[in-house]
Design a protein around this ligand. Sequence first.
Ligand SMILES: CC(C)(COP(=O)([O-])OP(=O)([O-])OC[C@H]1O[C@@H](n2cnc3c(N)ncnc32)[C@H](O)[C@@H]1OP(=O)([O-])[O-])[C@@H](O)C(=O)NCCC(=O)NCCSC(=O)C[C@@](C)(O)CC(=O)[O-]
Ligand SMILES: NC(=O)C1=CN([C@@H]2O[C@H](COP(=O)(O)OP(=O)(O)OC[C@H]3O[C@@H](n4cnc5c(N)ncnc54)[C@H](OP(=O)(O)O)[C@@H]3O)[C@@H](O)[C@H]2O)C=CC1
Length: 404
Amino acid sequence: MSDATDLAERVRSGDLALHDLDDHADPATATEARRLVVARETDTDLDGVGATALDPADAVGTAVENMIGAIEIPLGVAGPLPVAGGATDDEHYLPIATTEGALVASVNRGCSILRAADGANARVTKRSMTRAPVFRVADVVEAEAVVSWVRENRDALRNAAEETTSHGELTEVTPYVVGDSVFLRFGYDTKDAMGMNMATIATRAASEVVEEQTTADLVALSGNLCTDKKPAAINAVEGRGRSVVADVTIPNEVVEDRLHATSDAIAEVNTRKNLVGSAKAGSLGFNAHAANVVAGVFLATGQDAAQVVEGANAITTVEAREDELYASVSLASLEVGTVGGGTKLPTQSAALSLLGVLGGGDPPGANADRLAEVIAAGALAGELSLLGALASRNLSSAHEELGR
Ligand SMILES: CC(C)(COP(=O)([O-])OP(=O)([O-])OC[C@H]1O[C@@H](n2cnc3c(N)ncnc32)[C@H](O)[C@@H]1OP(=O)([O-])[O-])[C@@H](O)C(=O)NCCC(=O)NCCSC(=O)C[C@@](C)(O)CC(=O)[O-]
Ligand SMILES: NC(=O)C1=CN([C@@H]2O[C@H](COP(=O)(O)OP(=O)(O)OC[C@H]3O[C@@H](n4cnc5c(N)ncnc54)[C@H](OP(=O)(O)O)[C@@H]3O)[C@@H](O)[C@H]2O)C=CC1
């Protein structure tokens, strides 16, 4: 009997819980034992889930608990994608992990347009990963006193927060009061880390100072004004993670040749769909499918997938000018890192390497800025291609051909 079979038997007999297995075997054996238990209990063939290249030792304890294997997602590339950014000035192949047929082809078409237009511009305009604890006070009089103390003692909060990290810098603390609740929205430059663990640890230290020095009592380290992993206007207005913009000016001949529609028709689709339609829908995203590129690159490069919620918080503008088409995408809250979290996993590291942004940048923060700029340019490529498909009325035929 193999170790895994033996351990699986002990789980079935009630001697061990599934999550106890890591204490009794190496990660690969514990993962196999758990898979055997689940496969038998659910009468499911999970051999494929166990046959992937990921070594459980690279994931257990840092990326996942109760591991039973890995899911495979097809990985494609679009590009080369030329980006003249503040941090990058290069051509990149954009790795996109997806199961949506026609998506990579579409972004690839967009990249060919950006190449014909001599590349996209991109700039990161703000870095601020936020964490907003909520405190209880007696009444609005106390609330105002806490807010005044915070405004006068930012240095004490910064010192406490920055003692917990050698990279992070506290750049802003914005108070909000709702009756007897005080929210402090802490914003950090987290350099090359996406920074959610870093910001959370640092904010805990700063919150202890607030509790020591004022009458406020911490109720929750995250009070939802951060706002992490939920659609929220505050991220669209104030930004979160990286705020990043990309734009391009495309000669009319390129638009007509590559997108089979005129610049005027594409601009009209953008206005009526992305601006008017989104407004009528009460949407936070005024774009066509920025989420597709954000999600595809997030999955490929080990970003936190749930943050696609705010990563897709984007506005697309298009203007038909005399001989050319101007288009831009502004992503208000793109949370990306090139160190930490899932970026350490082997295939995700490889995807970051092919973009040339793996690990810490020089200066720190430069690699995550590069990644943000490349994603913004990729989103622009995707927007152009889909707007073209809608203007030329071939969205459904493209998906019939490539997506079924
Ligand atoms: C499918 C195309 C690109 C055909 O586009 P096309 O212009 O008819 O075909 P083409 O054969 O002339 O190819 C043009 C270029 O597309 C690329 N391309 C073409 N085929 C491939 C392929 N197999 N693999 C890789 N790249 C491909 C490639 O760059 C190629 O240039 P070339 O290299 O030949 O000079 C086009 O019709 C298209 O982009 N359609 C739009 C599809 C799309 O954007 N889907 C996105 C997902 S939709 C969605 O998820 C959200 C939605 C729609 O619900 C949101 C909303 O409400 O708006
Ligand atoms: N805790 C929470 O509430 C939440 C956590 N998450 C998870 O958090 C993880 C991401 O958090 P994150 O803080 O990014 O990652 P990690 O917790 O993996 O921490 C990354 C650490 O890397 C170090 N580091 C080394 N080089 C650099 C560099 N060049 N730039 C910046 N930091 C560097 C920093 O250490 P030092 O600080 O010592 O300088 C930093 O704190 C993901 O797994 C995500 O899923 C997601 C949402 C919420």
